[in-house]
Design a protein around this ligand. Structure first.
Ligand code: SAH
Ligand code: SF4
Length: 419
């Protein structure tokens, strides 16, 4: 009998607590959904549609958080909007910067759940590592997040909110104002070239890529992740190309085809082992969806091609999955399924109490060499942000870490009292 909560624990998400003031947070809503909430608030269909288009642009393209800044919306209408809606961001509990430039934020939802986000700049790109859930129901044995229990799925607003916040912090919203365009007191909004104001200068961006590799299993929160990424990809808003977004899954096979069809971003698969025995142990979802099924789903993934390869993530665990024979089997499997693939070798990032060690650098080099010699790209990922516990698999909220530390202290006190 499967152990509940271990292999395929379809999460029963806790409901999001509504805001106490009854206002609706617009972040995460699509243009269509903004139209609908404006109609519900009393605008007629035509007005709602026009206003939604304006508001969408202000929210996601300009990054404003105050309705008063929406200068092409009638002055009298702005307080009306502010009374009914908010433009939210996750609360920042803590922000840390690593000595290698990696940044980590501990964020908090409006109903007080903590989750993490990481930004990794390098020479050619800046990658934001976004969370999809608070905690994770899967218990991959090498992953610190996997030791947390799932609290709840993040909403589209909380997922998009991470990108918004990163842009705020990095100062990446287009500068300049639209004041010169004047305010629109009629409803004939001209949706033409409002961006052509003389002082409007979209600048170079630091945040160029997004990976759904923070806390959680994105394919267990499919609808919210899809809706959020659609907003992130919308050309009138944040406008990140699907080619610059990667979704990483531990192997939720039944959702992979839909991910390709309905989201269409790059796919990364946390493979980590090539035998049933080892993968069952380290990625327990393997007991439900085995390696063959997973690789077949990869072969069927819509949009995969030599130009858009599937990334296989492979964490290097000493004496567990790092033998020459594992590397040869990895190559054989990729070829057997005809996969346009690249392999990311991730040195294991240790955390207190982890049951594994990282493979030696020589072993990793040798493993990479075998895969590379077979014609498959196999870069070894340099761990980033280790000093602030921001590296892959180290995400576990400080709040939880603290409560564990407190528990340990209490335990020690108790033991001392017992003599
Ligand atoms: N749940 C998804 C995405 C989040 S995990 C998934 O599992 O794919 C993002 C990546 O970090 C995964 O490949 C995961 O296996 C890897 N990872 C987790 N813990 C790690 C650790 N301690 N060291 C190195 N990589 C780790
Ligand atoms: Fe969850 Fe991914 Fe960590 Fe596994 S590796 S426990 S799926 S976050």
């Amino acid at each position: 009998m499967p152990i509940p909560g271990l292999i395929d624990p379809v999460p029963v998400p806790r409901e999001v607590t509504p805001r106490a003031d009854g206002r609706v947070d617009l972040i995460g809503l699509s243009r269509k959904q903004i139209t609908a909430v404006l109609e519900q608030a009393g605008l007629d269909a035509k007005a709602a549609k026009l206003r939604a288009k304006q508001v969408f642009h202000w929210l996601y393209h300009r990054g404003v958080t105050d309705f008063e800044a929406m200068t092409d919306i009638a002055k009298t209408m702005r307080p009306w909007l502010a009374a009914r809606f908010v433009i939210g961001r996750p609360d920042v509990v803590e922000a840390q910067v690593s000595n290698d430039g990696t940044r980590k934020w501990l964020l908090r939802t409006a109903d007080n759940h903590d989750f993490e986000m990481v930004f990794i700049p390098d020479a050619t790109r800046g990658t934001l590592c976004v969370s999809s859930q608070v905690g994770c129901t899967l218990n991959c044995r090498f992953c610190h997040t996997g030791t947390m229990r799932l609290v709840r799925n993040l909403t589209p607003g909380e997922i998009v909110g991470q990108v918004m916040l990163a842009r705020d912090v990095l100062g990446e919203w287009p500068r300049g104002s639209m004041a010169s365009l004047g305010s629109d007191d009629s409803l004939d909004f001209d949706d033409g070239d409002e961006d052509e104001g003389a002082d409007y200068t979209p600048d170079g961006r630091l945040l160029t890529n997004i990976v759904m590799m923070g806390m959680g299993e994105p394919l267990y929160n499919f609808d919210h992740v899809r809706d959020a990424l659609k907003v992130v990809m919308d050309g009138d808003g944040l406008a990140l190309s699907k080619r610059r977004i990667t979704l990483s899954t531990s192997g939720v096979v039944p959702m992979m085809a839909r991910a390709g069809e309905e989201i269409g971003v790059n796919l990364a698969v946390s493979l980590h082992a090539v035998t049933k025995e080892v993968r069952d142990e380290i990625v327990p979802i393997n007991r439900k969806y085995g390696i063959e099924e997973l690789l077949q789903a990869c072969a069927d993934y819509p949009g995969a091609s030599n130009a858009r390869r599937i990334t296989f993530e492979y964490v290097m665990l000493k004496d567990k999955n790092d033998r020459d024979s594992d590397a040869h089997e990895l190559v054989r499997l990729i070829k057997q399924y005809g996969l346009p693939a690249k392999v990311n070798l991730i040195p294991f990032n240790p955390w207190p109490g982890a049951p594994y060690e990282c493979s030696t650098p020589e072993r990793i080099k040798r493993f990479a060499g075998i895969v590379f010699d077979a014609g498959i790209s196999a870069p070894v990922r340099t761990p980033r942000g280790r000093d602030i516990d921001a590296a892959c698999g180290q995400l576990k909220t400080a709040a939880e870490r603290k409560s564990r530390a407190e528990l340990d202290r209490l335990l020690e006190e108790k033991q001392a009292a017992l003599g």
